[in-house]
Design a protein around this ligand. Structure first.
Ligand SMILES: [Mg+2]
Length: 232
């Protein structure tokens, strides 16, 4: 079997917390809208708006902010006060400034692997926000390349691993999203390693693959070291 040369890492909820900020902001959104709309279905309305809008706005906080505003207007039949919209925008801005705390073992794991492998950060989201978080994380120096992409598909992984490594066949993708990190990477011919996260975004779920020869699931980032050693 050809040697593993490149390892791609997802960022949000793989290297640092992310989804919990969305869930906190969603709770704040529901509180803000409660006086003006039936609170029971607000979260579902918001998730439906996110799902509709991701193809227009892409992934990230700014698109989420627009989906919150759209939902606020919809559920109040246009009567939501401007002051509430201002509060929704403030909640979104807070997300864009939240502190970045890498998961335990992220730095040591990346440091160990960077000595022997090409490491690539592969993430979706707003360019500005992702660059901010990477800088704040202190993990940027471990990566040979950073790819902020609009979507994570098999052709995207093929292109990235051809550009930075020796092709997808000698690459591995590591992340918390079955749908975005694991399934398309496997389809591209790479290894797909799933590290389940505490919070999972509704659009990130997917079934385990039928062919598990290159699929692995591990508990945390440090468990990657014995796995990579085993594959080598
Ligand atoms: Mg993620």
């Amino acid at each position: 079997m050809p040697e593993l040369s490149a390892i791609g890492f997802d960022a949000d909820d793989t290297l640092w917390h992310h989804e919990r900020f969305f869930q906190l902001t969603t709770a704040r959104f529901v509180e803000l809208l409660k006086p003006y709309a039936d609170p029971h279905h607000l979260t579902e309305h918001l998730h439906a708006a996110e799902k509709r809008n991701v193809k227009h706005y892409g992934f990230g906080v700014k698109g989420f902010m627009l989906s919150m505003i759209e939902t606020a207007v919809d559920v109040t039949d246009g009567r939501v006060p401007g002051t509430v919209i201002a509060d929704v925008l403030a909640a979104g801005r807070d997300m864009l400034a939240h502190p970045v705390e890498p998961y335990p073992g992220a730095g040591t794991t990346l440091a160990a692997l960077s000595a022997s492998h090409t490491l690539i950060l592969i993430t979706r989201g707003d360019l500005f926000d992702q660059e901010r978080k990477l800088a704040a994380s202190g993990l940027g120096d471990y990566f040979d390349a950073v790819e902020i992409v609009s979507d994570k598909t098999a052709p995207v992984y093929e292109r990235i691993f051809a550009r930075h490594g020796h092709g997808a066949g000698r690459a591995m993708m590591v992340g918390n999203s079955m749908r975005a990190d694991v399934v398309p990477a496997l389809a591209a011919g790479a290894w797909g390693v799933h590290i389940p996260s505490e919070h999972v975004w509704a659009l990130d779920h997917d079934d385990d693959p039928a062919d598990t020869s290159r699929f692995r699931r591990i508990a945390d980032l440090p468990a990657l070291l014995p796995l990579v050693a085993e594959i080598a």
